[in-house]
Write a protein that binds this ligand. Structure first.
Ligand SMILES: Nc1ncnc2c1ncn2[C@@H]1O[C@H](COP(=O)(O)OP(=O)(O)O)[C@@H](O)[C@H]1O
Ligand SMILES: [Mg+2]
Length: 245
């Protein structure tokens, strides 16, 4: 049976679609399978369909199967019963109006990834989503710090780690750094696994490979780590030195 990973945060623009597409691409690429039979399914439940547009531009090079399902509640309510795939990654809407869709897919989730940008303006909306819909779903969930630009210094990252830790929220060790490559990927019709072969692209890709390892690691029954366990809380800029784009 497929493991259903839902990417959720009711704030728009935090990276749900970016994370869904690139994580699904890396996991599909890593697990192999052939183009006729990918082992990963990407599902968009967002009526704004930005994942659909992105997937359409990537075309045949998309390493996972894709379905746009915002208007197919009968499919969303049965995601867990799909046997054909090993992993299903579900992108969700970034608005409170579409909460019913979110509730439907959260009821099917094996785990939830909550992207959070390292800036104070993002904290309250994330806290609201977590308290209102993510925690009540009763499945393992973790916050993912996304879109951190090391050139801005580590202050925001340390502050965000502190906030996450104070809340007692489980958090991925991996931080997805800001790269223009990620911003441009949708318009250019590529996913991380198709980025050019150069050093900056390798760095950008590396974050998603690290994230995939954490996600796949917990698929075999690992316990999500709590923010308070993190060793990297203040040393992250040593680990994530020098992003460029
Ligand atoms: N790590 C990142 N590096 C660069 N740009 C990013 C990153 N994450 C998100 N973005 C950009 O931020 C914007 C919002 O991201 P998106 O994935 O569409 O968010 P959401 O789906 O939560 O609304 C997009 O333009 C996207 O390209
Ligand atoms: Mg989106």
């Amino acid at each position: 049976m497929a493991r259903v990973h839902v990417i959720a945060n009711q704030k728009g623009g935090v990276g749900k679609t970016t994370v869904t597409v690139n994580l699904a691409a890396v996991v599909a690429d890593t697990l192999g399978g052939n183009t006729e039979s990918p082992r990963v399914l990407g599902v968009s439940t967002d009526p704004q369909a930005s994942m659909l547009e992105w997937a359409t531009r990537v075309g045949d090079a998309l390493p996972f199967d894709f379905e746009q399902c915002h208007d197919r509640p009968e499919v969303l309510a049965k995601l867990r019963t799909i046997t054909h795939y090993e992993h299903i990654f579900v992108d969700t809407p970034g608005s409170l109006e579409d909460e019913r869709i979110l509730q439907t897919v959260l009821a099917q989730a094996d785990d939830v990834i909550v992207p959070l940008e390292p800036e104070p303006m993002s904290f309250s909306p994330a806290a609201r989503s977590i308290a209102r819909v993510v925690e009540p779903a009763g499945v393992p969930w973790r916050v993912l710090l996304n879109n951190w630009d090391p050139r801005d210094g580590s202050g925001d990252l340390i502050q965000t780690r502190g906030f996450v830790e104070a809340k007692g929220w489980p958090c991925f060790n991996t931080v997805i750094r800001h790269y223009k490559l990620h911003t441009r990927a949708s318009a250019e019709g590529v996913t991380v696994v198709q980025y050019a072969k150069n050093r900056v692209a390798l760095e950008a890709r590396q974050d998603f490979f690290k994230l995939a390892l954490e996600v796949l690691g917990s698929s075999s029954g690992g316990v999500p780590r709590h923010a308070s366990d993190l060793q990297e809380a203040s040393g992250a800029d040593a680990v994530y030195a020098g992003a460029e784009d």
